[in-house]
Design a protein around this ligand. Structure first.
Ligand code: GZL
Length: 326
């Protein structure tokens, strides 16, 4: 609670200072010089409930902060993100922010932004780059921790199981930061018990249809599945459809642990179809706008900002549902 409170107080203070800044009254989107800042934002796509909530948070926060937002949806394709970033450079925006669909392949375009003198902020997902100082900060969750929390629940839930516990894993987008890190965090956690075995793992690309298709194939190939680890709610909800179509009870015959904690995932958990849910907060907009104004004003910012998460069992999900914002 303290961490969340401090963050909120920090943002509130920054907001008040900006409003009283040297710029014309009411132009709260101003940098040090008082003019409104322009942000180019490249979004992954619209693949999941999490992504929709994240986009809404960014667009609403830009309006609230008086930031001129140029928003581009890449439809899940890296080449679209790269061309959007190039277009933002051409337009001489004040700052570029993006959620990289995959971890690699960004060196050239990040260097182009750096050489054009335009600061870059990573939100939601990280990149692998050998180029120094090509982005100012990365604001996002700790995906390894999320995978570990999911794995810890499986360890606890099956501590007394006498024999092998068969786990199938629905991976996120291949090569994406959350897929890579949730996979490693989960594997690390379940490694404490040799009975816990991932018997099949495949990407469902963070979509409901992808999760359903992959789960249908898993059910055909493996009649004795005990647990599904879905790396996001949407794939978990697709798995629920496949499990029910196969005449089994999700949450009872086959347990499901997922990550995101969007409304539909929380509802499935409260309804007993998911057994455990790890949150990955998509509401990054206000923090992004606050950091962007600091970066454009030339202030130094931490190079990594970890957004806090939490977990829900079925009773906690039912209790929290009415208060949830997404
Ligand atoms: C996580 C985010 C992931 C979500 C998915 O921060 O990148 O992408 O877990 C979304 O729902 O598609």
């Amino acid at each position: 609670m303290n961490r969340v409170l401090t963050a909120m107080l920090g943002i509130a203070t920054a907001g008040v200072l900006a409003a009283c800044g040297s710029g014309p009254a009411g132009q709260s989107g101003d940098a040090a010089g008082g003019e409104q800042i322009t942000m180019g934002f490249s979004q992954v796509g619209a693949e999941s409930g999490w992504r929709t909530a994240n986009t809404t948070s960014i667009q609403d926060a830009a309006k609230e902060a008086g930031v001129d937002l140029k928003f581009s949806d890449a439809n899940g394709k890296q080449e679209n993100q790269i061309s959007a970033i190039r277009s933002f450079i051409q337009q001489r925006v004040d700052v570029i922010a993006f959620s990289p669909v995959v971890r690699t392949g960004w060196d050239a375009v990040l260097l182009e932004a750096k050489n054009a003198g335009i600061p870059v902020i990573l939100t939601d997902r990280a990149v692998d780059t050998s180029e120094p100082d090509v982005y100012k900060t990365f604001i996002g969750a700790d995906f390894v921790q999320e995978g570990q929390w999911a794995g810890d629940w499986v360890v606890k839930e099956f501590a007394a199981a006498p024999g092998p516990v068969n786990i199938v894993q629905l991976e996120g987008t291949t090569g994406s930061d959350p897929a890579l890190e949730r996979t490693s965090g989960f594997a690390k956690a379940i490694g404490v018990n040799p009975n816990l075995k991932v018997i099949a793992s495949q990407t469902g690309d963070f979509t409901r249809s992808g999760g359903k298709q992959v789960m249908e194939a898993f059910l055909k190939a493996h009649p004795d599945i005990d647990v599904v680890f879905a790396q996001n709610d949407d794939m978990g909800l697709g798995a629920v459809e496949a499990i029910e179509a196969a005449g089994k009870k999700p949450g009872t015959d086959i347990k499901i642990v997922a990550i995101d904690a969007t409304h539909d995932g929380m509802q499935a958990t409260a309804d007993g179809k998911f057994n455990f849910l790890v949150e990955c907060n998509p509401l990054l907009g206000p923090q992004l706008m606050d950091i962007a104004k600091k970066v454009v004003a030339g202030e130094s910012v931490p190079n990594r900002i970890v957004t806090p998460d939490q977990t829900f069992d079925q009773a906690q999900a039912a209790a929290a549902l009415p208060e949830r914002k997404y």
